[in-house]
Design a protein around this ligand. Structure first.
Ligand SMILES: Cc1cc2nc3c(=O)[nH]c(=O)nc-3n(C[C@H](O)[C@H](O)[C@H](O)COP(=O)(O)OP(=O)(O)OC[C@H]3O[C@@H](n4cnc5c(N)ncnc54)[C@H](O)[C@@H]3O)c2cc1C
Ligand SMILES: Nc1nc2c(c(=O)[nH]1)N[C@H]1C(S)=C(S)[C@@H](COP(=O)(O)O)O[C@H]1N2
Ligand SMILES: [Mo]
Length: 890
């Protein structure tokens, strides 16, 4: 990046914000088709006086293609640049460029390297449909408008502005290293600059005529997400202010918008966080209140720092507090050179090194200085700052670029990033331990020294620090972090070494302070393949031939396994193997199987899959199950929204989920369970666990699950799924799959185990803690049917009286069951006044309550509880002469 001098103020052109629909330019001729629409972008601009422009033009962009990893996703038609770093696994597409590549492109970023933030799948719009794309301006306006992109281009004055978009999550990885937030890990390249062409919002809104009392403008996109279409709002008076430069844009760097950036129409808002610039724009709604869109409330906010992720789930009023919504960006900066891990030779003859990077401010403010320190803030040096944006202000009045008037001459506000650099003698870098920078804006707000951590990890802008390592003949530089899950950076390193990165000294040891390095046990890898089989290559076709019930084959980590011999013995029942047939089930397999189970895999190994499956996508993202009469599907994950959390004891809540359609039944046979999947927002790692809902299979529209929450305690980490669910805000989507299980109760003593029928005269039901839920499902089915003569004995072990789940329901079953049901509670830590059983569930209890198996062998023992309890019950019962065949573990 060369330094661009500040422009010399020429004759200042008239301040001419355009409020008219046409500013004396000849009317645009009608556009016939997409090719014609694309043409203005191909014309290289020259000044109207014939000279070449001084302002930057977009660098040449590439012809990209659809990438292999996208084939399995709903975005399987979107062309993308492979250099982009994916921050949320493969899908949805959230990416930033490598920081040096972004900087090297210069002031304007190509579509190839522009960061992308997609909450879901990209709405598909063909070239031929673009000009007919319809959108509305509605709500509190005297003249509601519905128009097409063609109308917009032909009836309104077009402008072209250079604008830097910045995601509010830029630099969030640093927050995640300090303390995990609810957001994924952006590095410092979550920003990009392009020339956007379209119509100003003041222009459009003036035509619609906002009514008295209107205060906000809401925007809504066409991307349908679990919580509705993406949408947000800004204040009407900002949208009406020409100086703020808000626009609806249909061209980026002279070309039609790429699919990832809103094809064919989007909002672009300079100076505010990217989240307000709604893509795939369908509706503009003028209102008296801020947007009530879920994404407006639960995204793009900085909650007070003392609120933890767990607390935040139960504070809807805090989320709705508009004071915590982010609009204008805060002032921020980063060092791009030296890059992370760059080494600079001390013996190469160079005397100095030029530090370089970017800075930006929000709300149209200008970055007025950038300072560099080599002594941790005791002394600072001024860097040279250049503002390429100012060159556009020098273009002659009426200059047209990509079919839009540049219209920058009168404007003083800054919409773009700027660049800074500082040449330093190598000897000074050699003496320093680190280099840090801070920017200041024209209201003299300077970047803070310390991080402001918050639940969503947004607006992170402390001094950007690069550590300098002295090696034998060179200096090596280390940035704070690397994006996504990429390892590297001083923050993780210092933390691992035992340093406290929030100690105000970047985690460095203070004199006399002893930090004990945290020793991480090396993870031991269990081999799941048979080395003699890896040479065999199995094609997708061969696999497909084994996607039925007999000889089910499935894929884990690129290898094919034959589940046939395990159909009988699988603890989860044959169905879970059959459901996996023909599919890549890596994620699920790894999430729910023990190390023991993984160690058994080589026996079933057949060979390697010859090429990754380009099968239909199995994510719940784009299945639309609302018209299916049954919610659960055994092969696909389906989404339902968290509607309520009802506490029933200190650590137990009923989680209620809304099914996609109110008439849908859950579809769970009695005795079976379902799987719940949640993704860790930072690592994208899937957590999958089994649950037996309280809801009966025939209930409609809702799903209730009683869940005991295992909270973190000093020294013992709590439950991943249960804490994850507990910290979800209402309205969040959760994924379900099922039914699963080898046992089903058909009624009146009839059950099936792995598909084989069995008649039962009596159930012995042994459970502990939340293990009551599958037991309860069976018990309830028996008790509901007065003709069902099956007798049930429930042995329920818990710690304290308050821990007993479904206590009232159990008592009621016992009372109204006409002698068919007996419930025995036993508490390991009984309180005063407890008259029930005391102590753990042991041999004595089983001797007394269960006894020896009867000669008829018509008793089944159902067992569900913590591992220790299950093992104890098994040992006791086998010792009393019970057969393994009679015991069923859920
Ligand atoms: C068929 C079936 C049905 C189930 N139905 C339900 C249900 O309806 N409701 C329900 O709440 N759970 C149910 N479970 C248990 C559920 O699957 C999870 O194991 C449980 O919610 C804990 O998951 P987690 O990810 O939070 O804990 P994990 O991350 O798996 O465990 C982490 C830590 O949490 C603590 N912890 C976890 N589980 C237990 C436990 N059982 N006892 C003591 N400490 C524990 C321990 O400290 C453990 O180290 C069922 C299990 C099965 C197999
Ligand atoms: N319709 C829609 N608009 C959207 C989003 C989205 O997911 N859907 N993401 C927002 C966020 S958070 C950002 S930062 C910007 C990113 O714009 P870009 O992907 O073109 O860089 O788009 C915003 N507009
Ligand atoms: Mo964003």
């Amino acid at each position: 990046m060369e330094v661009v001098p500040l422009p010399t103020p020429s004759e200042s052109p008239d301040r001419s914000p355009v409020m008219a629909f046409h500013s004396g330019l000849p009317p645009t001729p009608p556009i016939q088709d997409f090719d014609e629409y694309q043409k203005p972008g191909l014309v290289l601009p020259t000044h109207i006086d014939g000279s070449k422009p001084l302002y930057p033009l977009p660098p040449a962009s590439r012809q990209n293609s659809v990438l292999a990893e996208d084939l399995k996703t709903p975005d399987n038609y979107v062309e993308r640049d492979p250099r982009l770093i994916r921050l949320t696994g493969v899908h949805p597409f959230n990416v930033e460029a490598p920081l040096s590549d972004l900087y090297d492109e210069g002031f304007l970023t190509t579509k190839d390297l522009h960061y992308v933030r997609n909450h879901g799948a990209v709405p598909r719009v063909e070239d031929s449909e673009c000009l007919d794309w319809e959108f509305t301006i509605e709500g509190m306006v005297s003249n509601p408008i519905k128009m097409t992109l063609r109308d917009l281009i032909q009836t309104y004055d077009q402008v072209t502005y250079p604008i830097t978009l910045v995601c509010a999550g830029n630099r969030r990885k640093e927050q995640n290293v300090v303390r995990k937030t609810k957001g994924f890990s952006w590095g410092a390249a979550g920003l990009s600059t392009a020339l956007w062409t379209g119509v100003t919002l003041p222009d459009l809104l003036a035509r619609a005529g906002p009514k008295r009392g209107a205060k906000y403008v809401c925007f809504e996109g066409a991307d349908k997400l679990p919580n509705g279409y993406y949408g947000t709002s800004v204040k009407l008076n900002w949208a009406m202010d020409p100086d703020r430069g808000m626009m609806v844009a249909h061209r980026m760097n002279g070309e039609a918008l790429p699919p990832d950036h809103g094809k064919p129409l989007r909002i672009v808002i300079p100076g505010q966080i990217g989240g307000r610039s709604v893509k795939w724009l369908k509706r503009i709604i003028v209102t008296s209140k801020p947007s009530e869109n879920w994404y407006h409330i639960y995204d793009n906010r900085v909650l007070p720092g003392m609120i933890s992720p767990e607390d935040s789930a139960n504070l809807p009023e805090t989320w709705k507090d508009e004071r915590y919504a982010i609009y204008d960006l805060n002032t921020n900066s980063a060092i791009c050179y030296p890059a992370h891990n760059e080494t600079v030779p001390l013996t190469g003859g160079a005397e100095s090194y030029k530090l370089k990077g970017y800075a930006y401010a929000g709300g149209g403010k200008r970055v007025t200085r950038l300072e560099v320190t080599l002594d941790q803030g005791r002394t600072w040096m001024l860097a040279t700052v250049s503002y390429p944006e100012d060159l556009y202000r020098l273009a002659p009045d009426g200059e047209v670029l990509f079919g839009g008037r540049l219209d920058m001459a009168w404007r003083e506000s800054c919409f773009c990033w700027c660049f800074w650099e500082l040449d330093l003698p190598l000897s000074r870098l050699q003496e320093a331990g680190d280099v840090m920078i801070r920017a200041m804006d024209d209201s003299m707000m300077v970047q803070p020294r310390d991080m402001y951590w918050s639940v969503l990890g947004m607006m992170n802008n402390p001094w950007y620090r690069v550590v300098i390592h002295k090696e034998a003949h060179s200096l090596r530089f280390e940035h704070p972090t690397q994006p996504a899950l990429m390892p590297g950076g001083w923050m993780e390193r210092v933390k691992k070494e035992g340093g406290n990165i929030t100690n105000g000294f970047w985690g460095e040891k203070m004199a006399g302070e002893d930090a004990a390095p945290v020793q991480e046990a090396p993870a031991k890898e269990i081999s799941m393949v048979d080395e003699t089989k890896v040479a065999r290559k199995i094609t997708a076709d061969e696999l497909r031939q084994h996607s039925g019930d007999d000889e089910p084959w499935f894929v884990v980590n690129g290898h094919v396994y034959d589940g046939t011999k395990f159909l009988e013995g699988h603890p989860g029942g044959a169905a879970s193997i059959i459901n996996a047939a023909g599919q890549d089930v890596s994620e699920e397999f790894l999430a729910i199987h023990s190390e023991n189970a993984k160690a058994m895999m080589p026996t079933y190994h057949l060979g390697a899959l010859s090429a990754p499956l380009s099968a239909e996508d199995d994510s719940a993202e784009h299945t639309s199950p609302a018209d299916d009469p049954v919610f659960l599907s055994p092969k696909t994950w389906r989404k339902a929204l968290l509607a309520r959390k009802t506490p029933v004891s200190q650590d137990t809540k009923i989680f209620t989920f809304t099914l996609p359609s109110p008439s849908q039944t859950v579809g769970l046979p009695v005795g079976q369970h379902l799987m719940i999947r949640l993704r860790d927002p930072v690592t994208r790692e899937a957590v999958i666990r089994a649950y037996t809902p309280l809801s009966e299979g025939s209930e409609r529209g809702e799903l209730n699950v009683l869940i005991k929450i295992y909270r973190d305690a000093p020294g013992t980490p709590g439950g991943k799924m249960t804490q994850g669910l507990d910290s979800l805000p209402l309205g969040h989507a959760v994924e379900f799959k099922g039914p699963v299980g080898k046992f089903e109760y058909l009624g009146r003593g009839q059950c099936t185990i792995n598909g084989r029928g069995r008649k039962v005269g009596r159930f012995v039901m042994v459970c502990g803690g939340s293990g009551i839920t599958p037991i309860w499902a069976v018990l309830r089915a028996v008790m509901k049917d007065k003709e069902d003569e099956t007798r049930c004995l429930v042995l329920d072990g818990n710690r304290m009286e308050g821990d007993i789940l479904l206590k009232d329901e159990l008592e009621e079953a016992e009372r109204d069951g006409s002698g068919r049901c007996k419930v025995v509670h036993t508490l390991s830590r009984p309180g005063e006044g407890w008259t029930g059983g005391k102590g753990r569930m042991d041999g004595e209890l089983f001797e007394r309550e269960v006894g020896r198996p009867p000669a008829e062998r018509d008793v089944m023992v159902l067992i569900c509880g913590p591992e220790g309890m299950e093992k104890g019950a098994k040992a006791a019962l086998l010792g009393m002469g019970w057969d393994e065949e009679d015991l069923l573990f859920f």
